[in-house]
Design a protein. Structure first.
Length: 617
């Protein structure tokens, strides 16, 4: 019996969140387990068990089904079935019935036992009292905290960030005088002084909250609304200490002192923007390059930047924006070189980025997607100049590691180098006649951004199109149906492997099975609500609270997207470190058991939003 208990204990200890429990508590939990043998096609819970319980699959296979008999998840050895922990969890996950697909050995434990353990170990109670979306939110909150801890702010003095001199105002001055000074000088805060002695701080928030909202006269002295006994930080401290002080005290401005004297001011924005400096510095070097050979040499640094950002724990959004900014810098410099070589453009134009670069979600050395929109005043012979521009820039990008688009969506293709009126016809046709080919173009060209040139050319086309898409239910229905063709996997099933053969056998395609479905949903929300943003997170944030998307669902979808992006960035960084090409094919063995559980949670969130979209059309 001791041998059997030992074997069960080893098994339970390998499953999150039980892997965090002390041995004594784990042994207590194992003694409380029920063991059931359930035959193929029988339902859970086993007959005679009615109280809420957690089920742990030891051997066999289980399917979780909806009320419509749709497969929601498939469970294998080591998987947890939380559907019977509470009615709320079952309802949220849409599980109506659980049945075995094979003869199965199942462990179960009363949720009251888990609750008792959870009183001392909150990670246990949180895991089983929360649904998939809540668990994912908790995970992403921890990731953000870890990103701060890993930041180079810990190794950088606050002296590298503060602004000097500090804007001050006498304590006897009126609230109105403070507001005028802040407006004229462009500051959001002032240090309040008596002579040279600092006595407090006033921010624009103080004026709104303590003056305007309270109906206080603007002629009152600012000492009536300032924050006295203001927090400060000595110049000898590091930037991380400054960030932690501001976080703990819920403030955004922190005066810096030297030998007790006020010398400067540091803000949260100054510190948060720090990690982008590497991308900014690299962009500056690119703009100074005088040849394609120089640009090629600089482009070799791009994978190293992505690795560094990943090691620092930067979010996928941060990495994507940094890499996209670098690609934009390469493109701009090549266009400037082309204009120097071929002379000024015959008519105004705009160089457009499409796809991931336009969304600011590009990773190192992706393929290029671009186009040109030209002023309607162009003459047929003007295209020779634009063709030369397109060839020069696209060839230059290719030499810098940004491979040619396999689908030929580039400015070198005459079809994607057209005057504004033709582009307007393109978009009108795609919306009015949403054929399969039109829908394929929508997935690329509804994500466009101006990289260089006359921004109004694209803005004008976008404005017309967004008005059109908002009222075109047929187009949105077709776009939704097309987008829902990419579905996240239903769950890990015995280390479920999606790619059964070929170069990427035994891997999960993070891009097409997880990230792309979120990008597609965000695009649909934007077109349905007339949102001009193209970045996926910005689209979701702006769609939150509209008829297309609730605020809670928006938060859940962003958590899922950021988690998948984090896995993708970490996976690619490991490949780049090994000297391999970056890809999106993740082996389940590459991540921990807990990360697999969070991956399931992310897929559930995406599937829930896809199902909601499907029911709308």
């Amino acid at each position: 019996m001791d041998t059997e208990l030992s074997e069960i204990t080893t098994f339970i200890q390998s499953i999150p969140p039980f892997d965090s429990l002390p041995k004594q508590v784990l042994a207590q939990l194992v003694r409380e387990l029920n063991i059931n043998y359930v035959r193929k096609n029988e339902l859970l819970p086993p007959q005679g068990i009615n109280e809420p319980r957690l089920y742990i699959l030891r051997k066999g296979a289980i399917s979780c089904l909806s009320a419509n008999n749709e497969l929601i998840a498939k469970l294998g050895e080591g998987d947890l079935c939380t559907a019977f922990c509470s009615e709320e969890i079952a309802q949220h996950d849409g599980i109506s019935q659980v049945q075995t697909d094979e003869d199965s050995l199942v462990y179960s434990v009363d949720t009251q036992i888990l609750s008792n353990i959870g009183e001392k170990f909150p990670s246990i109670s949180d895991f089983f009292s929360h649904d998939s979306a809540q668990r994912l939110k908790t995970k992403m909150s921890k990731v953000n905290e870890e990103a701060i801890l890993a930041s180079t702010l810990m190794n950088t003095s606050v002296s590298n960030f503060y602004h000097s001199p500090v804007a001050t105002i006498e304590s006897k001055a009126s609230i109105q005088q403070a507001a005028i000074q802040m407006t004229e000088q462009g500051f959001s805060c002032l240090v309040v002084v008596n002579g040279e002695e600092p006595v407090g701080i006033i921010t624009d928030k103080d004026i709104r909250r303590r003056c305007v909202a309270q109906g206080l006269a603007i002629t009152n002295a600012i000492s009536d609304i300032m924050t006295a006994n203001m927090s400060t930080i000595d110049i000898k401290n590091n930037a991380y200490d400054a960030l932690m002080t501001m976080t703990a005290k819920h403030i955004h401005h922190l005066p810096v002192t030297k030998y007790g004297r006020l010398v400067g001011m540091v803000t949260v924005t100054d510190l948060i923007n720090n990690e982008g400096h590497n991308a900014i510095n690299l962009s500056s070097i690119i703009h100074k390059a005088n040849s394609i050979e120089e640009l090629k040499e600089i482009s070799n640094l791009l994978p190293k930047l992505q690795i560094r950002l990943a090691k620092l724990g930067s979010s996928a959004d941060h990495v994507g924006k940094s890499v996209s900014a670098i690609t934009m810098a390469f493109t701009k410099r090549l266009i400037e070189m082309a204009e120097y070589k071929f002379g000024q453009a015959p008519v105004p134009y705009a160089w457009l980025a499409a796809g991931s670069q336009a969304r600011q979600e590009q990773l190192a050395h992706s393929d290029q997607d671009n186009a040109i929109i030209i002023c309607d005043s162009m003459k047929p012979y003007d295209d020779a100049w634009f063709e030369s521009l397109a060839n020069f820039v696209c060839d230059g990008l290719a030499e810098c590691g940004f491979i040619y688009c396999p689908g030929d969506i580039m400015a070198t293709n005459r079809k994607w180098r057209q005057p504004k009126k033709i582009w307007q016809q393109y978009f009108n046709g795609w919306v009015d006649t949403p054929s399969p080919k039109a829908l394929l173009n929508c997935s690329v060209f509804f994500d466009l951004d101006t990289i260089y040139g006359d921004k109004s050319l694209l803005d004008d086309v976008k404005a017309v199109v967004l008005k059109k898409t908002q009222s075109s239910t047929l187009f949105l229905a077709h776009l939704s149906k097309n987008a829902l063709g990419l579905r996240p996997p239903l769950g890990f099933f015995r280390d479920f492997v999606l790619k059964q053969n070929g170069k990427h056998k035994a891997t999960l395609d993070l891009k097409h099975n997880g990230i792309a479905p979120v990008v597609d949903l965000a695009r649909i929300y934007a077109l349905a609500e007339g949102i001009s943003a193209v970045n996926t997170i910005e689209r979701i944030q702006q769609a939150a609270g509209t008829p297309s998307l609730t605020r809670a669902s928006a938060e859940n979808l962003i958590d899922a997207y950021e988690f998948l992006g984090m896995l993708r960035v970490e996976h690619q960084a490991k490949a780049l470190i090994r000297g391999e090409s970056a890809n999106n094919y993740l082996s389940p063995k590459e991540i921990s058991k807990l990360e697999r559980e969070h991956l399931k949670d992310a897929f559930k969130v995406i599937k829930t939003l896809q199902d909601a979209r499907q029911s709308s059309f």
